[in-house]
Design a protein around this ligand. Structure first.
Ligand SMILES: [Zn+2]
Length: 212
């Protein structure tokens, strides 16, 4: 990374999302600058929003916990390499239950995951945060898709149920994603930390840096 130049830096406030353009060859750095915080990731091919990041197609190649050196793919039928994870500072562990980060199991949160188990009405969600962030780019809420959940520690139990554990990421940890196709990116600082272990039970902001 030493040969790269920082061209953009900004904070995504806690419980919100931002959308922005990243060009082929640029590196997107996602930083837990105030402590562990899940970063839900969405991306669309900039010149054709019908092609976008696919958690499912990526999972087929990487398993449910992608690592440094893994590629992120576009939706089935398109199947192009869109991003590569080129750096990851998290000291990963695998808990006795099999949980580890990062996560391709969980969809982004939406209102129902707070209403049904917890009885919380009108809780903020990654779905709503993403929808607000991409609206200025002409994308409606149904264009939001399943996420890569950076820093989120998850697993599957012997009955097939998926679960969340407190993250391994610590303050200052980051992931670098190399952009391989010009993209509109949206990242949500997931607001589920009040009810889930996902952010260490406290919602925080995220810092974004883009390098040329
Ligand atoms: Zn969320």
């Amino acid at each position: 990374m030493s040969e790269r130049t920082l061209i953009s830096s900004f904070v995504i406030p806690k419980e919100t999302a931002k959308a922005f353009v990243v060009r082929k060859g640029q590196v997107l750095r996602v930083i837990c600058h105030e402590g562990p915080q899940t970063a839900d990731f969405n991306a669309w091919v900039l010149d054709n929003y019908d092609e976008y990041f696919s958690a499912g197609r990526t999972r087929f190649f990487t398993g449910v916990h992608p690592r440094k050196g893994d590629y992120l793919y576009t939706n089935p039928g398109r199947d192009r390499v869109m991003w590569e994870i080129i750096e990851d500072t998290v000291k990963h562990t695998i808990s006795e239950s099999g949980a580890t980060a990062h996560d391709l199991l969980f969809p982004r949160c939406s209102k129902i995951v707070f209403e049904e188990p917890f009885g919380i009405k009108d809780h903020g969600s990654c779905q709503d945060s993403f929808a607000a962030a991409v609206a200025p780019f002409g994308l409606g809420p149904d264009r939001v898709h399943d996420t890569l959940n950076i820093f989120m520690k998850t697993g599957v139990d012997s009955a097939g149920n998926i679960f969340i554990e407190p993250p391994d990421a610590v303050t200052g940890d980051y992931c670098d994603l190399l952009c391989m196709i010009d993209s509109l990116v949206a990242i949500s600082a997931c607001p589920a930390g009040d009810v889930h272990a996902t952010n260490g039970y406290e919602n925080k902001p995220l810092k974004i840096e883009i390098y040329e």
